[in-house]
Design a binder for this molecule. Structure first.
Ligand code: 9WN
Length: 476
């Protein structure tokens, strides 16, 4: 069957409500995260949305990923936004006029057919492609879905593992908080402090037309986001300066500021864990296509070891972000880099939920799994305790705010990833409880973009794509 939607079934209110959101947000060949706040196609949203959509229409789920990957740049990057040309230019900021992908992104191989942003988002796509394939392998094979996607996914991972290996150890770095996807996480406060904000008179925020200022990033955050994105754009989206960065990064601690490239460069646990999970998925995709997959699984295992070496904090039982631009001589926690040379940068002190997401990975040392579960259930994240869903930030941090976006509210995608990790590592009772809580909160909040982690009260947009899609995936 092409679509389960045509199969008559008993009344199922959650499924029907989620389906209404996903069908309402579907526009031609892809899904918008929100009709009001985010009227274009977003990269990691589409991956999560496809994971839910596969239960309603495997065909649409395939199209979702195909549409996104058609906007891939020649250097392999998958842009974080693909713009819908029929949406007014000022409906979202920064829009196509800011990114100017066709001109500023020419050297990096931006496509001609569509306008896109020039930064990336977490690589959930190979994982999504594999799960979409599993929903209807017959349709997938008939449409050569995986065979067509495979080279694009492989080029995407190559871009991240080579061009974005800014720290020289093998992990991918993000050069903008929007790339990591948890935009205003307190984890970025330190790294962003070095970025001079753009003049507020030079841009106009569109998000505040639909979202409350109390629940969104601040104007100062936006000034810094704009500055970083404009600098990256004006350097041709790193077409020249990303290359060979791995060699340069080895000397980054001693290089002068001009030689060091972007003003923000962070190795993030969730971003890299998703890349590794997607490497495992790509290995399965390769296997399905009849090509031996061992080398890819081995690479994923090697990257898992590097993730632990570079970002694991055994004292606190959480993965931390590495700020590659922190070159204070007294910076704490700077372990040795490859070959015993000092590793660039330093670990960020704030503890974000990003540091729990690697629980999703197979092949973690047992001690790391046990410590992650302890931290998730402890006072900082309260899984199974006072919080209904796992918050986006450390409940004990002075920066925690239960309503402001990624500074505390709980998000369905993050909780979906944690549920998967708990289940993978045999924590069945905790996974079941988290699943039930996500379903309750997502449905009761009208599939809100984010919720107060204690009360479950909805904030941000309603009818939000991945909240509906991933609740549906947990439900069915
Ligand atoms: C910037 C679309 C995106 C999500 C991000 C979320 C938010 C954009 C914004 O919305 O970011 O990319 O304008 O705030 O932080 O994770 O992909 O839903």
């Amino acid at each position: 069957a092409v679509s389960r939607a045509v199969t008559p079934r008993r009344s199922d209110p959650l499924r029907d409500a989620a389906a209404r959101v996903l069908f309402r947000n579907w526009i031609e060949r892809s899904t918008v995260p929100s009709r009001t706040l985010y009227p274009h196609q977003w990269s990691w949203d589409s991956a999560f949305i496809a994971i839910g959509l596969r239960h309603l229409s495997p065909l649409r789920a395939q199209l979702e990923l195909e549409t996104l990957l058609r906007a891939q740049w020649a250097d392999g990057r998958v842009p974080h936004i693909v713009f819908n040309p029929s949406v007014p230019p000022d409906a979202y900021f920064p829009g196509p006029g800011f990114w100017r992908s066709r001109t500023a992104g020419r050297a990096a191989g931006a496509p001609d057919a569509v306008e896109t942003s020039g930064i990336v988002q977490p690589p959930v796509h190979a994982l999504a492609a594999w799960l979409v394939h599993l929903a209807d392998p017959g349709l997938s094979r008939a449409r050569s879905f995986l065979a067509r996607l495979h080279p694009r996914l492989a080029a995407w991972h190559r871009f991240l593992l080579h061009r974005r290996d800014l720290g020289g150890a093998g992990l991918a770095a993000v050069v903008h908080p929007w790339e990591q996807g948890m935009d205003n996480s307190p984890c970025w406060d330190g790294p962003l402090r070095r970025v001079p904000p753009a003049d507020p008179g030079t841009f106009r925020r569109a998000d505040l037309r639909h979202g409350s200022p109390r629940e969104r990033p601040t104007d100062l955050d936006y000034g810094r986001y704009v500055r970083l994105a404009a600098d990256y754009r004006d350097r041709g989206y790193g077409a020249h300066d990303d290359a060979h960065r791995a060699d340069r990064a080895h000397h980054a601690r001693h290089a002068d500021a001009a030689a060091r490239g972007p003003g923000f460069a962070v190795e993030d646990p969730a971003f890299n864990a998703l890349l590794i999970a997607s490497e495992h998925a790509l290995a399965r995709i390769t296997g399905e296509l009849g090509v031996p997959a061992t080398a890819r699984h081995e690479r994923a295992e090697r990257l898992t070891r590097v993730l632990v070496e570079r970002l694991w904090d055994p004292r606190d039982g959480i993965f931390r972000c590495r700020d590659l631009r922190d070159d204070r001589p007294d910076a704490p926690d700077a372990p040795d880099g490859p070959g015993g040379a000092p590793a660039a940068g330093a670990l960020v002190a704030e503890r974000g939920v990003t540091g729990l997401v690697p629980l999703l990975l197979p092949g973690l040392p047992d001690g790391v799994v046990a410590a992650l579960v302890r931290t998730a259930c402890g006072p900082r994240f309260e899984l199974g305790g006072r919080a209904r869903l796992v918050p986006s930030h450390d409940l004990l941090s002075p920066a925690f705010d239960p309503r402001r976006y990624w500074r505390g509210p709980a998000w369905v995608n993050v909780n979906w990833l944690l549920e998967r990790g708990l289940r993978l590592h045999g924590e069945r009772a905790r996974a079941d409880a988290l699943r039930a809580a996500v379903l309750d909160v997502a449905a009761a909040s009208g599939f809100a973009e984010y919720v107060d982690p204690y009360t479950g009260d909805g904030h941000g947009a309603r009818g939000f794509g991945w909240s509906a899609a991933l609740a549906l995936d947990l439900h069915l």
